[in-house]
Ligand binder design. Structure first.
Ligand code: ZN
Length: 72
């Protein structure tokens, strides 16, 4: 029973965070093609345009791909 609960907690942590409600950041410029989980990502610091926030589904709909710097 205890292990089931910890599995459930892990599931919530994992899939709750990376579900469709996950907020991501992207640079609203013609060259911006990545979305970032962290606003402090080095990839976003290079953005000279407006940094916008959206959810991960919309980011994917905009043909943005996951930031490679944060992906480890
Ligand atoms: Zn990034």
């Amino acid at each position: 029973m205890k292990s089931w609960l910890s599995f459930f907690a892990l599931y919530m942590l994992c899939c709750g965070m990376y579900g469709k409600q996950t907020q991501v950041f992207y640079c609203d410029s013609p060259t911006g093609k990545k979305y970032h989980f962290s606003k402090k990502c080095p990839g976003l610091q290079k953005c000279t345009h407006v940094i916008r926030q959206t959810n991960i589904l919309d980011a994917k709909n905009m043909k943005l791909t996951e930031c490679l710097i944060e992906k480890k």
